[in-house]
Design a protein around this ligand. Structure first.
Ligand code: FES
Length: 107
């Protein structure tokens, strides 16, 4: 199990156990984390699973592939340098302790 922390816009933090191989989006839905909509179910076609990755941990992730980069231009909340689509982040043991911040809106 890998610990992932989701930080809500009011600063509330929820830390959950993630299964390696699942996405950060799937982990959020499985644990009832509010603020991730994931309309397309993880197909990289909706951008409603937007998160801001803790800047100090960005280097742990591979860079977004072109399709994710394109969808990141359509997020409801502002795209920032640490914006990622949580459905495209696969949980690995190296991501132990990952912190992601939920955006103010997904739609
Ligand atoms: S769930 Fe639709 S882009 Fe991530």
């Amino acid at each position: 199990m890998v610990k992932i922390t989701y930080v809500h816009t009011d600063g509330t933090r929820e830390t959950v156990d993630a299964v390696a191989g699942n996405s950060v989006m799937q982990t959020a839905l499985a644990n009832g984390i509010e603020g991730i909509v994931a309309e397309c179910g993880g197909s990289c076609m909706c951008a409603t699973c937007h998160v801001y990755v803790e800047p100090a941990q960005l280097a742990l992730l591979p860079p977004p592939h072109p399709a994710e980069d394109e969808m990141l231009d359509t997020t409801a909340a502002e795209r920032l340098p640490n914006s990622r689509l949580s459905c495209q982040i696969t949980v690995t043991p190296e991501l132990e302790g990952l912190v992601v911040y939920l955006p103010p809106r997904q739609i």
